[in-house]
Design a binder for this molecule. Structure first.
Ligand code: SF4
Ligand code: MG
Length: 327
């Protein structure tokens, strides 16, 4: 499969009062056409910042993408001017977030908010955009679309709002949909409906999905390819079946202790004892060493590289490196 987006060495930092925090640390991966890639990890691991960096939503002076390339359909998103990027955003790349309310305008009717990208990106006139908006509301499974068209966001439930966000996101047939914890705030039944809907849109529209989640049940259900992040770095990646059946990194193994089965949803996850290290005081080491039951001396002094271990799976862990480095 051809890649749609290829990220090389992406690094994003935030300047805080206490110092510089590297939120995304030399991250490289690709999303192929028609594929769903899930980025999974605990909160603060850099998965949302990765998404924001792709969307050009990390802004100075607080944050800054300070390295790497994001090749999207032949262009480096990090080197595009603001207007070109804005034209791509919402059109070729769309994004949905955990909290739909944060992306919707509270004083604008739902219908108008769906019409807007149709008029801006697809140049539909008002009448055409209205017809298309009603169709989209119907497509995301909402009854009485005319009534919803004229409603304000506060009049709808969380699940309905997330459907509206999906309607807006798919309205311009994006090549890539980035979804950051899209179902985290919803109850399990609605969650399942929303995930099914995303899958249907992916299959019918041929789009790729980059799905960010802390929930391995969601990963099992949606992913073709999985990226596990820890402290701003990728520690393991691979096809969903290989990764779930043969997790290699101790962190991935910890996450998978409760063994979600591919295709099945899970309620509760085992949580790994200990905490993510303070990003301000990171040293040359495996960032997971404080929580790892296999920690060796080398793990405290040198950082393992992400290496391919066969079957397309890559892992960054000294357990799998050649013996020569065990100093
Ligand atoms: Fe554990 Fe060492 Fe592997 Fe890090 S490199 S995960 S500390 S064994
Ligand atoms: Mg997040």
């Amino acid at each position: 499969m051809k890649h749609l987006m290829k990220i090389e060495g992406l690094s994003t930092v935030f300047h805080t009062e206490e110092g510089k925090v590297t939120a995304v640390d030399h991250v490289s991966f690709q999303v192929r056409e028609g594929e769903t890639v899930c980025i999974v990890g605990e909160s603060g691991c850099g998965k949302s910042v990765t998404a924001m960096s792709i969307m050009g939503l990390v802004e100075a002076p607080g944050g800054q993408v300070n390295g790497g390339q994001i090749d999207f359909a032949g262009e480096d998103l990090l080197r595009l001017d603001k207007n070109t990027l804005r034209a791509i955003r919402g059109n070729e790349i769309a994004m949905i977030f955990q909290e739909p309310m944060s992306s919707l305008n509270p004083v604008m009717k739902i219908g108008e908010q769906i019409m807007e990208p149709l008029m801006v990106h697809l140049k539909l006139n008002k009448k055409q955009a209205r017809i298309r908006a009603i169709e989209l509301i119907t497509q995301v499974g909402i009854a009485r679309p005319e009534q919803i068209f004229g409603s304000y966001p506060h009049e709808l439930s969380g699940g309905m709002l997330q459907r509206i966000m999906i309607a807006i996101a798919v309205s311009c047939s994006p090549k890539l949909l980035i979804a950051d914890e899209p179902t985290t705030a919803l109850d399990v039944t609605i969650q399942a409906q929303i995930l099914d809907m995303l899958r249907e849109f992916k299959e019918s529209g041929g789009m790729s999905i980059l799905l960010i989640t802390h929930d391995l049940g969601v990963v099992a259900e949606m992913a073709d390819y999985v990226i596990v992040m820890y402290s701003g770095q990728i520690v393991e990646e691979g096809g969903v079946v290989e990764l779930f059946n043969h997790p290699k990194h101790p962190y991935t193994r910890g996450l998978l202790k409760s063994k979600p089965v591919v295709g099945q949803r899970l309620e509760e996850l085992y949580s790994i004892p200990g905490q993510v290290p303070n990003p301000l005081t990171l040293e040359q080491s495996c960032y997971f060493h404080d929580r790892c039951e296999h920690c060796m001396p080398v793990c405290r002094s040198r950082q393992p590289r992400l290496e391919e271990l066969g079957g397309g799976q890559k892992t960054a862990c000294w357990l799998y490196e050649e013996a020569e480095v065990h100093v």
